[in-house]
Design a protein around this ligand. Sequence first.
Ligand code: GDD
Ligand code: MN
Length: 381
Amino acid sequence: MKEEYFSLIVPTYNEYENIEELISIVGNILNSNNIKYEILICDDNSPDKTWEKVSEISKKDPRVKLIRRFRNKGLIPAVLEGMERSEGSILGVMDADLQHDVSILPRMIALINQYDLIIASRYLENTVNSLSIFRKFLSKMGIYLANIILGLKITDPLSGYFVLRKSIFLELSHLINAKGFKILLQILGRKKNIQIIEVPYSFGKRLKGETKLTGEVAIDFLAELISLRLRRYISSRFIRYSIIGLSGILINLMGQLVCNTILDIRENSLKNNEYSIPGISVIIGFILSVLSNFYWNNLWTFKEKKIEGIFKNIQGFFRYLFITLIGFLIQISVWRFSLEGLISMFSYYSYFLYLANIIGIFCATTWNYYISKNFMWKIES
Ligand code: GDD
Ligand code: MN
């Protein structure tokens, strides 16, 4: 094989007990295959002092490099930083707990002569023996959805073990969402026309310590898949916002229903010939939905800028109510305006009432989102 330099990126968080063994196994295997390499350990300043151990090792072996990280913590940011600071033309990513079978690594690296991306797969020969039935099921579901939504045919698009050309990474790095779910998924979702091959391996048991990724949130994952599919037109934050908006409509209707039936608040709208003031149940439904939207957007859509404290939350709620009310005015005005426009253009009626309403809702949502993002939760760029 051609002389190329290999950079292995290993993200770590509390892997003190595993890291030395991993480094020595990887080193032995790469050495005996005459592969020139560096190992970048990207540690998020682990409380168990993984970084201290790595720093000791790297003093004896300069091929082992420690990246001790204090800011912007997390698995994807750690891997990205490793990739950015790597010196090799071939990159690999591997976990530190020896669940990923190191013995297939030389074969993966050799395949870089024919392929751009080599994925180690747990499911090519269905060799997962260390996951509980429930986690296996979730994992399979996720893979199925990822393939359907992104139009792929990969048995393990959620793998944390893969090798790729650095040039591919450099082409894509500005598109990778550091708050995303899986880095491989981001690469697969962003890049078309790359040659991919999967290599089977048997997903073993963690050597020591415990897994950190059990709390993987399914709905975040779905939002990411859809946003990857829609590419850069729509951000995953906007999708979260819209999902909550939709749930708000349900809550609105349910609140109205409960008021009307169970609580027996009758529609007491004052009607005269031209105006009708909405009944109390409509108002209650609306307020409930604003309350729920505010709560969930604060918790999920804008979680990195979460508003905390009772007073701040009450204040936030009223601001949000105000934004939404203006949004509502926009919705009605746009609805009215586009309805008239449509009718004058086509001189008939049909489904324009609904079409105009959709245009109105779209404009209002865009307004609500824009103001919420930039002025309420003040998300940068
Ligand atoms: N720097 C950093 N920061 N490293 C992290 C963080 C973090 O916030 N969270 C986890 N890691 C490191 C762990 O130390 C480990 O080396 C690796 O990332 C994977 O974490 P595990 O907790 O062992 O994850 P897992 O075993 O449940 O799942 C892994 O294997 C799957 C199969 O390949 C992950 O790599 C999955 O992405 C993958 O699908
Ligand atoms: Mn693991």
